[in-house]
Design a protein around this ligand. Structure first.
Ligand code: NAD
Ligand code: TYD
Length: 342
């Protein structure tokens, strides 16, 4: 089996490659990645000399590059995306290019080359927020920010290839992933690394918002099962039911590191902040999936990894990220003060 993994130098894609090659020693993986700020070859450095692993630097929006990468491939798993909600609010264009147009280029090429299965990695964020029961796969999509709207566009296009051309596509909608190697703009690694450095933890708004924090290897196991047993044309939710309020998550991170709760700093809320995501994963469980990690274990394991691997995240926090983050943080802090004062 030869798999084309796009975005495999990022957080989830690199874990998926690692897990897949461990479970399927005879498989071959081509990793096509543009190496944006979020792509990091360190994530798979130990596979560099593995004959089963081939890295190609390139953009999924480029037909020529995709044509080259897709030769002889049995399955495409598309992780490549712009992924950070806050960045999508500030500058949505790159999200539309990669998360919608990039999916189009991959689908066209996969269909032309008779790739036998296309797995589009989507997100629970396409449903929008809910305070009620978890969403099943047939719930309407009501994305509310440019990231989730572009992901919804990408997955709808993918599903249209099944209904229009009978092309075998599966869409997956996962909850928030956490674990090693997640770029420190996302909340858990941001809070962990800030706490390690005794810096404030910027909690948006009240901090009562909730996320379902799934450990990344649980997501990878779900994808492996879906490639094996999933039904083309179907969509699968992947959520561990690990709901936790942001403020509780922040306190847990601090407790694990032995730091004071005084590091929690309330800042101005995210624009259009989705309060709570929740998906029903019964359909996936019926295929035989069960998550291994609960919320507390997943968060504590993740925090410990960041504490033990400063060599991985310190260079990231002093590079591109620093300027972006410091501007964001000081603006949010200032605007929180303005809101309280008015
Ligand atoms: P990430 O930001 O860590 O990595 C994205 C990777 O895609 C990077 O390596 C980047 O270089 C690459 N990339 C970006 N644009 C590209 C392009 N045009 N061509 C080729 N490569 C490109 O993302 P992640 O957190 O690992 O998420 C992976 C996928 O899973 C995304 O599709 C995301 O929407 C989805 N997802 C993520 C989460 C989460 O909690 N992180 C939850 C559900 C779904
Ligand atoms: P994030 O990791 O950006 O993932 P997403 O918004 O895609 O779910 O944020 C997770 C939650 O944490 C979300 O409710 C916003 C909140 N958050 C903060 O409170 N402070 C921060 O600095 C960040 C980045 C997020």
């Amino acid at each position: 089996m030869r798999i084309l993994v796009t975005g495999g130098a990022g957080f989830i894609g690199s874990h998926f490659i690692r897990c897949y090659l461990a479970e399927h020693p005879d498989a071959e993986v081509v990793n096509l990645d543009k190496l944006t700020y979020a792509g990091n070859l360190e994530n798979l450095r130990d596979f560099e000399d593995d004959a089963r692993y081939h890295f190609m630097k390139g953009d999924i929006c480029d037909y020529g590059v995709v044509e080259e990468a897709i030769h002889g491939v049995d399955v495409v798993v598309n992780f490549a995306a712009e992924t950070h909600v806050d960045r999508s609010i500030g500058d949505p264009e790159g999200f539309l290019k990669t998360d919608v147009f990039g999916v189009h280029v991959l689908l066209e090429s996969a269909r032309a080359h008779d790739v036998r299965l296309f797995v589009q990695i989507s997100t629970d964020e396409v449903y929008g927020p809910t305070m009620d029961d978890p969403f099943a796969e047939d719930a309407p999509l009501t994305p509310r920010n440019p990231y989730s709207a572009s992901k919804a566009g990408g997955e709808m296009l993918a599903r249209s290839y099944f209904t229009t051309y009978g092309y075998p596509v599966i869409v997956t909608r996962a909850a928030n992933n956490i674990g090693p190697n997640q770029y420190p703009e996302k909340v858990v690694p941001l809070f962990a690394t800030n706490a390690i450095e005794d810096k404030p933890l910027p909690l948006y708004g009240s901090g009562d918002q909730e996320r379902d924090y799934m450990y990344v290897t649980d997501h990878c196991a779900a994808l492996d099962l879906i490639i094996e047993k999933g039904v083309p044309g179907e969509t699968y939710n992947i959520g561990a039911g690990n709901h936790m309020k942001n403020v509780e998550m922040a306190k847990l991170v601090l407790r694990e590191l032995g730091k004071s709760v005084d590091l929690i700093t309330h800042v101005r809320d995210r624009e259009g902040h989705d309060f709570r995501y929740a998906v029903d994963s019964t359909k996936l469980m019926e295929l035989g999936w069960e998550p291994e990690y609960d919320a507390e274990t997943a968060i504590r394991r993740t925090v410990r990894w960041y504490a033990e691997h400063p060599e991985w995240w310190k260079p990231l926090k002093s590079g591109e990220f620093r300027e972006y983050y410091e501007k964001q943080y000081s603006k949010r802090l200032e605007e929180a003060g303005d809101q309280q004062g008015s």
